[in-house]
Design a protein. Structure first.
Length: 150
């Protein structure tokens, strides 16, 4: 049983890693290629660290299914199979949710940007660019708003 749970956790981790979103400002989907986006220039006037939670819920569901299947294989009676399936589903859902949270929660920044024309705007994105206050940037509007150095 212990070995079965270990295998289940490994499979679930790989499954969830494949489902995790890439929030990078340098990653585009196929539908975003060959499209024109509006660009606005501005200056970062404030920056704060935020937690980006992109949980999908898939981890809990996949964990419950896998745990239920693994748990139902326990014992030799119908009652034991049912109880094992219920216990496995609960344990799998908990483990799957924890893995989902770990894989899909990351640190990022909220930037307040004074654009050249109009009111200041706030944009939240992952931390890969690590832009600083006072930096001149381009705000690129499209399916996702992106902030990159000017």
């Amino acid at each position: 049983m212990k070995r079965c749970i270990q295998v289940l956790v490994v499979i679930l981790t790989y499954f969830l890693a494949a489902c995790s979103a890439d929030l990078s400002s340098g990653t585009y989907s196929g539908s975003q290629v060959n499209t024109a986006n509006k660009v606005v220039y501005g200056t970062i006037i404030n920056k704060r660290t935020v937690t980006i939670n992109n949980q999908t819920g898939v981890g809990g569901i996949a964990g419950a299914v896998a745990g239920g299947l693994a748990g139902s294989a326990l014992g030799n009676s119908t009652r034991t199979n049912i109880l094992g399936g219920l216990g496995g589903a609960l344990a799998g859902a908990g483990i799957g949710s924890l893995i989902d949270k770990k894989l899909n929660t990351q640190q990022g920044y909220e930037y307040i940007i004074r654009v050249r024309k109009g009111n200041p705007i706030a944009v939240t994105q992952s931390h890969e660019n690590n832009l600083s206050v006072g930096m001149h940037v381009m705000v690129i509007y499209g399916d996702q708003v992106r902030v990159v150095p000017a």
